[in-house]
Every structure is written in C-alpha cells, then in structure tokens.
Design a binder for this molecule. Structure first.
Ligand code: GLC
Length: 645
C-alpha cells in the first residue's frame, strides 16, 4: 500500500546522505514495494514502545546504507539469481558444513581445499560460526562476542573475504550463520549491561528477583538439561537474573526492544555484503518470549523473520534465509511462512523430520513412520525448499509426531527407548553413539555420533569384519542417497564423505568435555582424506560412492526441488520409495532399510502392466527387465529406476 509519509521518510533519509542511490531503479522499486509492509510488521511488534519511532528510522536508514554499499559484483550476482528465480531449488547445488579450523586449519588454508570439495561435487560451503567467540565458552561458535570480527583462531575478515572471492570465481556458494537469539556474555552489550548500563540491560531479559524467571520457567522446557538446567542465570555483579535458554554464558537477546532488532538487522545486512548466499538463522524458534508459553515458535517470532526477509529483499535480494528450527514438523513448516506470507518467510528450513526418520528406519528396518509423515512435509510452498541431511554438527532429536508412531503400531515411549538403546550400541546393535541432552524429568534424550559410527563402521573396524565394514558403508550410502534424492538442498557434513568415526578426544578438553556433540566434529587428518583417492580403501569406497550420488543428482533435473515428488506404498515395510518427475521424465528411487534382501512387487512400483518393462537403473548403471513378480533388492541397497520409453 502506498503511504505518503514513508515516501517522505525515504526522501529525507536519501537527502540527508545526499545520495544518488534511488537512481538505481531496481532498488527504488524494491524499497517502495516493501517499505509499507516493513512498517506494518514493525508496528505489530513495537507500536507501543517508546523507542519505536527512532528505531524505525534507524532501520530504514540501515537498509538503505547496506544497499548503497553492496559491492557491484554482489549486485550483479543478485540480478543473475533473480533471473533464475528461486535459485536454491536447483539439483546442481550440493553443500557441506565444515569448521574452517578443524577441516583445513583456518580460513586461509581452506582456500587450498576447495579443489578437494569440487572433486566431490560440493559447491556450497556452510562455514560454521567464524565470528569471535570466547574459547572455553563458545558452544562451537554459537556464543558470539563480536558479530563483526572473525575469531583469531580462524584468521581474519580479509581472509574470509578472499576466500569468498575464490569461491565466487569457482561458482561456489557461501553460507554463514547469524546467531540471532543470543550473544555471549562477553559481548560488549552484555559487558555494558553488567557494568550497570540500563540501556544495555534492556538488550536482555533481566530481572531484579526470581518473580519473572519463576513465571517463565513454569512453561519453558530445558534445552541443555544436563549442563544448563533452567532458563535463567544469576548475576552476582548486579544482583539480577538474566535469561539464558541455552548455556549460562549465552544471554538471550530481548527482541521486544526495537533497538535490538535494529542492531541485529544491521548485522544481517553487513553479513549479506560479505557475499553470503544463504544466511543460516540460528535457533529462530526461540527469538520471542512470552510468559506462560514454551517461548518457542511464537507468532511474533514469525513476524520478526518476515521483517528480516523484507529488509534483506530490499538491500541484498540474492541472499536466501535458512531457518534452523529443529522443532516438531507442524511447527517447522511455519518457517516457510503462512497465510499472506505463504512462501514469504524463510526460503529454506532443515528437514529435521526426514533426517530423524531416516535414522528411525535404519534402526527399526521399518519405513512406515517415515512414509506416514510425508503428506505433512509435502505441504511446503513450491518456492521454498528443505535442507536435507543425514548428519550435522548437532545431535539427532527424535521429536517427530507421536501420532505416526502409533499409526505404525508402536508405543512412542518404548519406540524412542528402542532407538536410543540402538544408537548407543545396546542390545547387540552395531551403532556407536551417545545420548545427548538426557532429561531425567521428561525421559527425553537426543543422539550424538558420527554418520559412520552410527552406521556401524566403528564397531566393524573393532571386530575387524570385512562383511560388517561393507554393511556399514552400504548404510552410509543409503542414508546419503535419501538426503540427496528426496527433494531439497543437500548439506553433507565434513568427514562423512570419507567415513570418519567418533573422535573421543574432546573428553580431555575442559572447554568441550561437557558436550558430547564434539565426538562427531572431527579434526581432519589429510593423510586419511588423501586415501579417498587410493583404490580399495574404506575412504575411497565412501568418497567414490558419495561422489557418484552427487553426480547423479546433478545430472538428473528431476532432483531439483519443484515439489515434484510422491511417495509410493511399496507393500514392503522395509523399503521406502518415491517418484521424482518432470514433464518428460519419471524416476523411481528405492531404499531398502533391511539388513537382508527385500522383495517389492513390480506392480507397486510401475502399475499393473509393469510386467516386461525395460528399465534403466542409474545407480547401478545397468539395464534390467521387470520379469517375475518381484523386484529383489540386496540389504541396504538403493535403486534409481526409469522405465525405457
Ligand atoms: C543451534 C546450533 C547449536 C547450538 C544452539 C545454540 O541449534 O546448531 O549447535 O548449540 O543453536 O546456539
């Protein structure tokens, strides 16, 4: 809606900086198209706040400044992306998350490893948090003490920019994190608050007594119940309580204060101008708090994200937002936007549900819960996409809906217990993981462990069994194949491409020993990774298979995510299958989660007249004929089938 006062505001702000910026007509269109909506969303959150008016002006000024200083190269890339339309849906993008230091020794030397990643087929790097974070209280970089300074242990800002330039030359994309929900207690804002500065105390949720903390905690679940129970921390220096949902050194930012929003959007836009293609918004489910609620997934959190999206659209339209909302499926979906904002909130969200259900199927050899969950997951907007993944730096949560567990005939409590036992290696299971975040009150727990260890490779090596090694590699490939083919932008986790097993050395480091997620965050030993190119080694088998999967994904346009998927009922509870299609191609993907051969009726896959069909299996790279009643799959096998025309 056209609002004359907003036009005046823009004229005034532009006049003040004596700018020719609005001569750039694309920017002019973007700001005029979005400003009324930005104001409307801003007012939904802040209209009654005494600092609302000044903050709104600052917000608009920060958007215009970011747009003005956006490097020309990035503006050109924005334009190219706009032309492509929803560029992140492509089957030709495959990502990897990695720590610059643990993977390559730092940002400078990471540039030397781009070739290795290219060989694998990776062209999007999620470089795990690089901004300054205190060494012994960093939560892997998710406790930031300076949003604009690269932590010395990784290098410096110039090295990050140089790396980004190299990556652009190689047509690689960059993803970085913004830790939006909280800062480190060593951030300048927190230090000022501790020194008694009222203005900065309002940047956090701070209280003089336990009244509000008690009220909040009645409904707030513990996130790290073992090491950081409760959601508030006492500050003896100022005799106050501060909200700390995660660790006690991570102070939650108070987004009910518009000054905080303005500061954080300014950081977002500054990061956009570093050349970030996808901004991973850390923990967005937590960014708005209200007494009496779980303080997760609140409607205002969505308004905040919609606001961020509109600001980014004006200043850096090529940057996509990824919501790291690892919550129940019905809530995850909302981060794509709903109602008027359908498809207008975050472009990407993690498919944490599918990820967890892959692990569910692997442990139970039963794909029904995964299958029952699909209709809900398929409701995402066509313009949005998932991050699909099997492992990341975090634990595996088992928070999918109980209803589907019942539907498959299991009791959720016992079912989850079985999974936990399986992944910590009980009951003769070959998996080697550990429980993370066990909550004695609720009985909940999540799972840590590397892809290879959870798939049995660590155990297979212990008992030195060729057969078990083969089986674990087959499982690794099965899991990765599902992530790569099921629709979304796939994000691998570094080390998994060569089968790193758990690293227990974190136990000797006091800054990490309390957090077993470090067991699956390896320090890369390049002598080991070099074996990826030595025929016959385990590293080579895993690397080559992963490389082939990626190549296949990139080769077949059906794997671009245009919501072009439907799941099949295979009639065999061990086998999951879905069809990916375009107007002129139909590919059927099959995944056998059984540790023995499985039979699937041809008719379940290709209809009643399937008999005699000539087929291509792209994965096995062979032709076959649909003879007999059944298609027979080996243990943990996959197939990518197309009917010959
Ligand atoms: C996100 C990160 C996780 C971190 C948490 C708190 O979930 O992925 O590693 O511990 O946020 O910042």
């Amino acid at each position: 809606m056209y609002q004359p006062h907003l036009h005046d505001l823009i004229d005034r702000l532009m006049g003040k900086t004596n700018d020719k910026l609005l001569a750039n007509s694309s920017l002019q269109l973007r700001i005029m198209a979005n400003i009324a909506e930005i104001e409307q969303l801003f007012n939904q959150l802040y209209s009654h706040h005494p600092k609302a008016k000044g903050s709104f002006e600052k917000l608009i000024s920060s958007i215009l400044t970011a747009a003005k200083t956006r490097p020309v190269k990035m503006q050109e890339k924005d334009a190219a992306k706009m032309k492509l339309g929803n560029w992140y849906l492509s089957n030709r993008i495959v990502g990897m998350s990695l720590y610059a230091d643990r993977f390559a020794g730092g940002l400078l030397t990471l540039a030397d490893k781009l070739e290795y990643l290219e060989k694998l087929g990776v062209n999007l790097l999620h470089i795990m948090p690089v901004f300054e974070s205190p060494q012994n209280e960093s939560d892997g970089g998710y406790a930031v003490s300076n949003y604009r300074k690269v932590d010395e242990k990784f290098g410096d800002l110039l090295q990050l920019q140089t790396l980004q330039n190299h990556m652009t030359e190689k047509d690689m994309y960059l993803m970085l994190d913004i830790v939006f929900n909280h800062t480190s207690r060593q951030h300048a804002w927190a230090k000022a608050a501790l020194a008694g500065d009222k203005n900065y105390q309002d940047y956090f949720y701070m209280y003089d007594d336990r009244g509000m903390p008690n009220a909040f905690e009645q409904a707030m679940p513990d996130i790290f119940p073992e090491v950081a129970p409760g959601s508030f921390t006492y500050l003896p220096e100022i005799n106050k309580w501060v909200m700390t949902v995660f660790h006690n050194y991570q102070w939650d930012l108070n987004f009910t204060n518009p000054q905080v929003l303005v500061e954080m959007i300014d950081v977002v836009l500054w990061m956009a101008n570093l050349g970030v293609d996808i901004l991973r918004i850390d923990a967005p489910a937590f960014i708005w708090k209200k007494v009496g609620t779980s303080c997760q997934n609140l409607p205002e959190a969505h308004v905040l994200l919609q606001l961020v999206r509109l600001c980014v659209q004006v200043a850096a339209p090529g940057m996509a937002l990824l919501a790291e909302a690892i919550v129940q499926p019905s809530e995850i979906m909302k981060y794509f936007g709903r109602n008027n904002y359908f498809g207008q909130e975050c472009e990407l969200a993690y498919n944490a549900t599918l990820m967890a259900l892959q692990w569910d199927a692997l442990a139970t050899k039963d794909v029904r819960i995964m299958q029952y969950s699909q209709p809900e997951l398929q409701q995402k907007p066509n313009t949005s996409t998932w991050i699909t993944y099997t492992r990341c730096h975090d634990d595996i949560g088992l928070g999918y809906a109980d209803g589907y567990i019942y539907q498959a005939g299991f009791v959720p409590y016992h079912h989850r217990n079985h999974l936990k036992n399986y992944y910590i290696g009980n009951d003769d299971s070959p998996a080697r993981g550990a429980l993370f975040g066990s909550n004695p009150k609720s009985g909940d727990a999540r799972i840590s462990g590397s892809l290879a260890s959870l798939c049995g490779l660590e155990h297979a090596l212990e008992i030195n069994s060729e057969a078990e090694i083969k089986k674990s590699i087959d499982k690794i490939i099965l899991m990765q194949a599902m992530s790569l083919f099921s629709g979304g932008l796939t994000m691998l986790f570094y080390g998994d491409e060569v089968g790193y097993t758990n690293d227990y050395s974190y136990q000797k480091d006091s800054g990490k020993s309390y957090d077993n997620r470090w067991m699956h965050r390896p320090i890369i030993n390049w002598a080991k990774n070099d074996k990826a190119f030595v025929e016959g080694t385990i590293e080579n088998q895993v690397f080559a298979a992963t490389q082939n999967l990626i190549a296949l994904r990139k080769r077949l346009a059906v794997f671009a995510d245009h919501s072009n998927i439907y799941w099949l009922q295979t009639g065999n509870n061990h086998v999951a299958a879905f069809v990916r299609y375009t107007a002129d191609k139909k590919i059927t993907c099959l995944f056998n989660f059984n540790d023995a051969g499985s039979y699937v009726r041809w008719s379940a896959l290709f209809g009643h007249d399937a008999y005699g069909y000539e087929l291509t299996d792209y994965w096995a790279d062979k032709k076959l004929t649909a003879n007999g009643e059944f298609y027979i799959m080996d243990a943990y096998a996959i197939a990518v089938l197309e009917q010959e025309k």
